[in-house]
Ligand binder design. Sequence first.
Ligand SMILES: [Fe+2]
Length: 213
Amino acid sequence: MKHVNDKIINLNLHNDNDRVLNFSDFQKQTIQFDIDKLQDAYNQIVKIKKFEDAGVTNFGAISLTQIPGDPDSIKGNKARGVYWTKPDKSGKEVSRDVNIDESKYCEFIKDYENTYFKEVYDVLSSKYKLGRIRILIKEPRSTLSWHRDPEPRLHIPIITNPGCLMVIDNVAMHMPADGSVWVTNNTKYHNAFNGGEENRIHLVACVLDYKFN
Ligand SMILES: [Fe+2]
């Protein structure tokens, strides 16, 4: 690896066009939150609510927002949402799960109103047009499918370890749990894995008005 004009050049690839690793699908935002308060808020909500596994192993979600007055809007498959994947040797893309009208998820769940997540929600929703906001758990030594989502995602890592990486196309990045906020281009094929020995916890929001080039 060698740095040229702020880009990282991977000299191991054979095709010249593949040599420039482009990290523009991981965009660090200018907002910053308090990591201690995020971790305290996480400890508070896990006392109130269990993670929904949405039928996926090594994964779980606690929704922070719902469709107003509709607690069913965050149950079962709706803790996950539609995505596309290439599950087998044919390489053919298929869609999984249910369509979700993200823009309707505008009610912050009352049970968590006294946690720091409410303050985080208020700041984020003043800056972005948000869909669902969830706390996601990724268990140790586990991965997701190779998939793409309908829209970009905003990430705030709350608990992580050096073995947690997100991969978009052929570029991987670790997002540290230091109060920073990232928007990732989940409309491209991606995955995330936790190669550590403790849970990875992120706040993840669907972002409806964020454009990647
Ligand atoms: Fe995804």
